[in-house]
Ligand binder design. Structure first.
Ligand code: DQA
Length: 149
């Protein structure tokens, strides 16, 4: 595994100050730094991005798919609405782990449905910022098991 893409959707740039009782106090920069510390010594590049625009996420999923590189995706509210992201993941045959900081099943009804889950390789949710770490560990373990650490 040469690179991992971590893609973040709308409002996740506000992590740290956004509804900390739901999303915790870690900022996106802190999450990135932690993941970087895991990836760097292994020579794995980390492409960590955030956008409030659906089309950016679609473009980045396509890029990762073309490169054959795995994606950790927190699409924020687009998780619940985006047919475009569903299509992008399918079209790009991208290996995606969907993550959420919060347990979307324990919140409002409209958050229970994810458009992304059916095309994701796996889903990790409810562990706060550590959802990202757990997703990275899953990709690292899978690469190690395949003999490509
Ligand atoms: C979220 C959950 C979504 O429902 C919400 O719209 C977000 C964050 C999470 O990480 O828990 O923006 O994806």
């Amino acid at each position: 595994m040469k690179a991992v893409h971590v893609l973040n959707g709308p409002n996740l740039n506000l992590l740290g100050t956004r509804e900390p009782e739901t999303y915790g106090h870690a900022t996106l920069a802190e999450i990135e730094a932690r993941l970087c510390a895991r990836c760097n010594p292994r020579g794995i590049a980390l492409h960590f991005r955030q956008s409030n625009h659906e089309g950016d996420l679609v473009t980045w999923v396509q890029e990762a798919g073309r490169a054959g590189e795995p994606v950790i995706l927190n699409a924020g509210a687009f998780s619940h609405t985006s047919i475009a992201l569903y299509d992008a993941i399918k079209a790009a045959s991208a290996q995606v782990i969907e993550v959420h900081l919060s347990n979307i099943h324990a919140r409002e009804d409209f958050r229970r449905r994810s458009m992304i889950s059916p095309v994701a390789r796996g889903v990790i949710l409810g562990f706060g910022a550590f959802s990202y770490d757990l997703a990275l560990e899953a990709f690292l373990a899978r690469a190690e098991a395949a003999g490509k650490p």
